[in-house]
Design a protein around this ligand. Structure first.
Ligand code: FAD
Ligand code: A2P
Length: 270
């Protein structure tokens, strides 16, 4: 009786992990935590493929930055809810105890290894592009390698900043890195379409010099400044031009330089 056969569930797969926490930030964003496979080693800032089984029992996988640091016992992800998105229209309904699929093959360029040593590292994100930086700002290596860590996160609306804001705030009391973070982490959130104390696109706040003025730091200098970029394709293209204008060069795992870039998502028609 093939019609009555139960559909295969993710937990029947070797790569299944159990959801341990889910938090909805607004109608477009949520974060969740899940168990971590013992064998999974990754560098803070990398991404993996995660997903669910589709209606035909086939894995439906998408790239996701791991938002938790490499030392964490669990894994955290920060996700968009795309109303008609093949994966996130379902993923947004996961609950504690559910299973997700995780392919344990981490990759990515937003890693310390892809940057030359420097004094100050800039983490430049729009939207869910904050996810890899949620990992990196919780990693002691970030504070060992740099004297200052500047996080610029820009979204259209205030509610989209909340995950990042709460995370940054929680770091002060973090038993592992609270002391390392103090005085080193400079957080610069802005909105572009809703009133907020600081506003404007990252590109504009860099080219006008407003962010340097507001934070009391000198303009970017390729001798001292390093940058990691994660946002939409349009943002990545524009911010690269700004960074190149300051004299920074793009690096990769195989050839570390002054800045690195990763797409936060692949847009329609791209
Ligand atoms: P899809 O068919 O994948 O996407 C449908 C459309 O929705 C896209 O064409 C695009 O216009 C839009 N869209 C997709 N993702 C986003 C997004 N994150 N923000 C705004 N618009 C989006 N997504 C996350 O939410 N968190 C992550 O940490 C994350 N990391 C990624 C890392 C990499 C390297 C890449 C390439 C993508 C990453 N994504 C991330 C995007 C993710 O892979 C999926 O696209 C997303 O989960 C939506 O899946 P979907 O099947 O519902 O819709
Ligand atoms: P804006 O509201 O001025 O378009 P999106 O939701 O479209 O991915 O955008 C997320 C954030 O990134 C928004 O604040 C948006 O500003 C900003 N942004 C979008 N495209 C660019 C770009 N090319 N350069 C700089 N910032 C951008």
């Amino acid at each position: 009786m093939p019609d009555a056969m139960p559909k295969p569930r993710a937990k029947t797969l070797p790569d299944a992990q159990t959801v341990t926490q889910v938090k909805h930030w607004d109608d477009r964003l949520f974060s969740f935590r899940c168990t971590r496979p013992r064998s999974l080693r990754f560098r803070s800032g990398e991404f993996v493929m995660i997903g669910l089984l589709d209606d035909n029992g086939k894995p439906l996988l998408r790239a996701y930055s791991i938002a938790s640091p490499s030392w964490d016992d669990e894994l955290e992800f920060y996700s968009i809810k795309v109303p008609d998105g093949p994966l996130t229209s379902r993923l947004q309904h996961i609950e504690v105890g559910d299973q997700i699929i995780l392919r344990p093959k981490p990759v990515g360029t937003l890693v310390h290894d892809a940057l030359l040593p420097g004094k100050r590292v800039w983490m430049l994100a729009t939207g869910t592009g904050f996810a890899p930086f949620a990992s990196l700002i919780r990693d002691p290596e970030t504070y060992e390698k740099f004297d200052q860590v500047v996080v610029m996160h820009t979204c259209r609306n205030v509610s989209e900043l909340e995950y990042g804001r709460q995370l940054v705030e929680s770091l002060q009391d973090d038993p592992l890195i609270g002391e390392m973070v103090e005085g080193k982490l400079l957080y610069y959130p802005t909105t572009t379409r809703e009133d907020f104390p600081k506003m404007g696109r990252i590109t504009d706040n860099l080219t006008s010099g407003k962010v340097f003025e507001d934070l009391g730091i000198p303009p970017m200098d390729p001798k001292h400044d390093r940058a990691m970029v994660c946002g939409s394709l349009a943002f990545n293209i524009d911010v690269k031009e700004v960074l190149e204008g300051f004299g920074l060069r793009e690096g990769a795992n195989s050839e570390p330089m002054e800045y690195v870039v990763e797409k936060a998502f692949v847009g329609e028609g791209v």
